[in-house]
Write a protein that binds this ligand. Sequence first.
Ligand SMILES: Cc1cc2nc3c(=O)[nH]c(=O)nc-3n(C[C@H](O)[C@H](O)[C@H](O)COP(=O)(O)O)c2cc1C
Length: 307
Amino acid sequence: MNLSVQLAPKNKRGLLLANPVMTASGTFGYGTEYSHLFDIQRLGAIVCKGTTLKPREGNPQPRLAETPSGVLNSIGLQNIGAGAVIKEKAPIWAGWRVPVIVNIVGETVDEYAQLARELDGVAGISALEVNIGCPNIKAGGAEFGAKPEPAAEVTTTVKANTSLPVVVKLTPNTADIAQVARAVAEAGADAISLINTLKGMVIDTSRRRPLLGSIFGGLSGPAIKPVALYMVYTVAGAVDVPVIGIGGITTPSDGLEFIMAGASAIQVGTANFTNPRAPLDVLEGIEQFMKDEGVKDIAELIGAARR
Ligand SMILES: Cc1cc2nc3c(=O)[nH]c(=O)nc-3n(C[C@H](O)[C@H](O)[C@H](O)COP(=O)(O)O)c2cc1C
């Protein structure tokens, strides 16, 4: 059986994965935290926590709330910063078989440019995933990915500052996700991943206050799966670059739905918090499905529900 997928066919380096199952940024640390729990080298790729230029402490507590079939988080990009990723994490990743993708996030276009430059050519880093679901400080805090123009500007800038394959990660918090997807594809994105979390909130009625320290958070987990699937299906029909499906994937069947909707690869996120082996379980279930159904190549399943 062939499960391998090429996620950056137009890029010189390419981004060839042995299989389509990846981990989602912010839910699997730097991979190192999970390496004693199962053979993480069997995964298609690992995406690390969102990385900023300087280390960040994140938002005030509480930063997590359970919701029906989901989780609301307002971690606020707590991370060790690009310098520590390069010095402490990349040398470990360089010894791994599984490719590691660094998720980057900036508050200005210049910060994205600088991050792309600093991470370019670092051994152990196979690609960048650009999180455009964060506030653009210079534009009054609107998410970069809420509109096509700023989304394209970030993409063009990152592409101009790195030779690594660039995956642009879309936010669902936009009026027309297909339009944003087309803009980033035209700006040179090698692949598109989606979705990031949906904006939400919870109120603690006993305190009569918002539960999260920063009032709003991002919703993830099974609760968002139908929305994510709809968006992945829509985007896969709107662009001709590979699409990576994310949102509530917990079981092999969830993963297969995204692949049949048109995703060339998938990411497992919130499911890691209840089952750290979730990405491997999803992979093994997809392999079993292929065996049972006599599918020789994963390509036969990608977009199967569209034909
Ligand atoms: C605790 C937590 C932290 C996250 N941190 C990041 C991040 O740093 N960068 C990013 O692009 N997405 C981040 N995400 C979003 C996930 O990568 C993913 O897009 C989203 O949770 C939807 O997938 P899921 O339902 O499988 O979790 C985070 C999600 C959670 C739950």
